[in-house]
Design a protein around this ligand. Structure first.
Ligand SMILES: NC(=O)c1ccc[n+]([C@@H]2O[C@H](COP(=O)([O-])OP(=O)(O)OC[C@H]3O[C@@H](n4cnc5c(N)ncnc54)[C@H](O)[C@@H]3O)[C@@H](O)[C@H]2O)c1
Length: 270
């Protein structure tokens, strides 16, 4: 099956965090594959700008920390399009200040921990809860964005990484409870992905170091993650549920230290 065969014709999708980075790439790709997309984002201006470019799209300004705004996001989408087929929970609490403050548990600020869980876990759960009756009606599905940091230990982002691990378990719980009613729930776990925000936050040397641990000749682009999401959201993935699709260029698939071993094998460390 070619990638173009993974169509989303006539489906209605919500993409949270759809105005930036990976979410915007996913909103574009889903539209290109035939879906109508509600771009839900805390940045209303950017959501409106993107919705203006994409046929059939609407923008919804909302903050995942605000329960009534999340519930309203689902209600507005269903009221506008008359149905909901795909909920893509992509937004997360991110940004250079957050990433800098979110380090090791010993120095963890409790307020930052709570906020991370409020956006990444509580917000995602509320969106799923509000969407489920509508997804049952369409035999639809949920795709949650997690992270390779949910699967491997690191010295950065203890709150973020553990919150994403919680979303993996939420994914499996929803898949188990609602599969027989026709609703699938999966997760995609990106590795370091070259969004505009990430390129600003991390120096090129750090990106090169991470790339050295991948099995490709470049880090992932937002569209690489969008392709994985579009597959999981499509009927082509009808037999896939409760799954975490790791889209990290193979970074987590091997014993760490590949750059050193490559040098060793080429004789540089002889
Ligand atoms: N970029 C990476 O390297 C990478 C790696 C692993 C996982 N991820 C995950 O991919 C997803 C997208 O990340 P990205 O890199 O595209 O981020 P990004 O910062 O480029 O975009 C995130 C979007 O979410 C919106 N947003 C933030 N907080 C929100 C809130 N409270 N309510 C509603 N919208 C909110 C932002 O306005 C923005 O448009 C996230 O779940 C992130 O954890 C990214």
């Amino acid at each position: 099956m070619s990638a173009d065969a993974i169509r989303l014709d006539g489906k209605v999708a919500i993409v949270t965090g759809g105005a930036g980075g990976i979410g915007a790439a996913t909103a574009r790709l889903m539209t290109a594959r035939g879906a109508h997309v509600a771009i839900a984002d805390i940045n209303g201006e950017a959501a409106n700008a993107l919705a203006g470019e994409l046929p059939g799209a609407i923008a919804i300004e909302m903050n995942l920390e605000d329960e009534s705004a999340v519930v309203d996001m689902i209600a507005r989408t269903v009221s506008h399009y008359g149905r909901l087929d795909v909920l893509h929970n992509n937004a997360a609490l991110l940004g250079p200040d957050v990433a800098r403050a979110d380090g090791d548990v010993e120095t963890m600020d409790t307020a930052l921990w709570d906020r991370t869980y409020a956006v990444n876990v509580r917000g995602t759960m509320i969106a799923c809860r509000a969407a489920l009756p509508h997804l049952r009606a369409t035999r639809g599905n949920i795709v949650n964005t997690v992270s390779n940091l949910a699967l491997q230990g690191h010295i950065i982002q203890a709150a973020y990484s553990s919150s994403k691990a919680a979303v993996i378990q939420l994914t499996r719980a929803i898949a188990a409870s609602h599969g027989k009613a026709g609703v699938r729930c999966n997760a995609v776990a990106p590795g370091m992905t070259l969004t505009p925000a990430l390129k600003e936050a991390f120096p090129p040397l750090l990106c090169q170091t991470v790339e050295g641990e991948t099995l490709r000749d470049q880090l992932g682009e937002p569209d690489d993650i969008a392709q994985a999401v579009a597959f999981l959201a499509s009927d082509a993935a009808r037999n896939v549920t409760g799954h975490v699709l790791v889209a990290d260029g193979g970074g987590a698939s091997h014993v760490p230290g590949l750059p050193g071993f490559r040098a060793f094998l080429s004789g540089d460390h002889a």
